[in-house]
Design a protein around this ligand. Structure first.
Ligand SMILES: Cc1ncc(COP(=O)(O)O)c(C=O)c1O
Length: 496
């Protein structure tokens, strides 16, 4: 391209003095784009700053500033005595690629070289892939955000910044803020019957990160892992992410069927369980099953990952202590979270690991650098030790018990035989059972069309076939919303 044709290209430039963007910046952007799109080719000589300023009716300083920026970024080069050129060494094929990338396009049709694990993860549906921040009836697993004492939390946060900003602004220890680890250790001992010292607590960014960490520390690619069937999808993702081969083990009214697991694959390295309130069926693992699971783990040298995600919510009777508390042989990695009692975006959870695994878990966590901000860890430590946590939990238990009973009553009145819902002594959701062989996926789709979020039970089933069921979360949904949601669901089921 000659200097003259470059001038012709540049003469078409239209600058807009009223746009609020400085003229030199506009000129820089236009020239940069022209270079990237190969309208101005490598090696082309540019007109002098004086000639271009005249052509565009702008000051020469405007052109000089634009050229200076392009020069600094390597788009053009100056040759003493002979003028300014589009940089000759810009590889043509790279420019073509750059020029095309104007937005991040999704390209589902193209198969690029991601790992087998990457592909498996993408194929493993997660309910968190969409924005879940606006609670809708009957989204499961959400606490009542509007009832959280944010005023207290904010006061405690600003007090911490005021009094120990430099401590709060550092990296901190990979295993977490020591006073929080101490507070959690006494909570786990007192409230969950766990056996632990503060050193065994590893703070993680929510239980999902804890599951991911545990899976990567405990499993080698190709190892087998028992997973409850139906299963929490997040656990499937964490195990698959570590390269594990999943062995779905059926769950009955006593929890994970240990004997079935042994006959499917006795030599598994890991078993993932939710003994307090199985997700999603809501059964509590019986004592005999707990003992059988521990016995299997000891015999086979396997690890048990106990996900105690909503153990705080037991409305009647005394909670069964955590499985970890029964473990005399240190085979259990306990996973706890504050997402369900405080709020999910806090991303704060913890692991209780056997004493001989403290160093390896701490080191692995250091490599992830997935630390929850120290300020939140410190405020949570204060929240626990000053009694706010226990008070908030008591209030939420009463509130959720009431919400559950509103859901059960409304459902009995409006849905009758169309959806069978029984009250539960614990948890954050109920299962509504559909009659006969009705498809839970079809009902769920039709409910979504009228703004009701009822997850089909089949979404969580790996190998087992269950009667159609819908998950109905109630804890994060105000009573009026529960009533409206049930009415909408009734119209969907009646139209059935
Ligand atoms: C069984 C189970 N485990 C873990 C989690 C994740 O909790 P977190 O927010 O701590 O990652 C959930 C979330 O719904 C869950 O249902």
């Amino acid at each position: 391209m000659s200097k003259r044709s470059a001038m012709l290209t540049l003469a078409a430039i239209a600058l807009d003095p009223s746009s609020g963007v400085p003229l030199y910046r506009q000129l820089y952007e236009i020239l940069r784009r022209a270079i990237l799109e190969r309208k101005l080719r490598a090696g082309t000589r540019l007109p002098s700053t004086r000639a271009l300023a005249q052509e565009l009716s702008v000051s020469r300083m405007t052109v000089i500033n634009a050229f200076d920026q392009l020069l600094a970024e390597g788009y053009i080069e100056g040759k003493a005595g002979s003028g300014t050129f589009i940089t000759a060494s810009l590889p043509d094929h790279l420019l073509r690629v750059r020029a095309k990338v104007t937005h991040v396009a999704r390209a589902p049709a193209r198969r690029r070289a991601v790992s087998e694990r990457g592909r498996l993860l993408a194929a493993t549906a997660s309910s968190f892939i969409k924005d879940e921040s606006q609670a809708r009836a009957f989204q499961p697993g959400l606490p009542s955000i509007s009832d959280f004492p944010f005023d207290i939390w904010m006061r405690m946060t600003s007090k911490r910044w005021r009094h120990c900003a430099s401590e709060m602004a550092g990296y901190g220890h990979a295993a977490g803020y020591r006073p929080l680890r101490e507070a959690i250790a006494s909570y786990v001992q007192l409230a969950r019957g766990g056996r632990c010292e503060p050193e065994q607590i590893i703070i993680v960014a929510g239980s999902q990160q804890g599951l991911d960490l545990a899976a990567r520390v405990l499993l080698d690619p190709g190892d087998t892992a028992w997973i409850e069937d139906p299963a929490y999808r997040g656990a499937c993702g964490a195990l698959l992410g570590a390269g594990a081969r999943l062995v779905p083990v059926p769950v009955d009214e006593q929890g994970l069927d240990v004997a079935a697991g042994e006959s499917l694959c006795g030599e598994a390295r890991v078993a993932y369980v939710t003994p307090s309130y199985q997700f999603p069926l809501g059964v509590t693992m019986s004592l005999s099953r707990r003992l059988a699971l521990l016995d299997w783990a000891v015999r086979c040298g396997a690890w048990i990952i106990e996900d105690d995600y909503d153990s705080e919510y037991r409305y009647t009777g005394r909670p069964l202590a955590a499985l970890q508390g029964l473990d005399k042989e240190d085979r259990v990695i306990y996973v706890g979270t504050f997402s369900k009692v405080l709020f999910p975006s806090l991303r704060l959870g913890y692991l209780v690991v056997p004493a001989d695994l403290i160093d390896v878990f701490s080191a692995a966590q250091a490599h992830t650098a997935c630390y929850s901000p120290l300020i939140n860890q410190a405020v949570l430590a204060d929240f626990l030790t000053e009694g706010h946590f226990a008070r908030h939990l008591r209030r939420m238990r009463r509130l959720y018990e009431e919400r559950q009973s509103v859901l059960v009553q409304c459902a009995a009145r409006e849905l009758g035989q169309r959806l069978e819902i029984k009250p539960a002594r614990a948890g954050m959701h109920l299962i509504g059972w559909l009659p006969g062989d009705a498809s839970d996926q079809a009902v769920s789709r039709r409910a979504a069309e009228v703004g009701v979020d009822v997850r089909p039970l089949s979404f969580y089933c790996l190998n087992v076939k269950h009667r159609g069921g819908l998950l109905l979360g109630y804890t994060g949904i105000p009573v009026a919303e529960i009533q409206r949601g049930v009415e909408k669901l009734a119209t969907v089921l009646r139209a059935g």
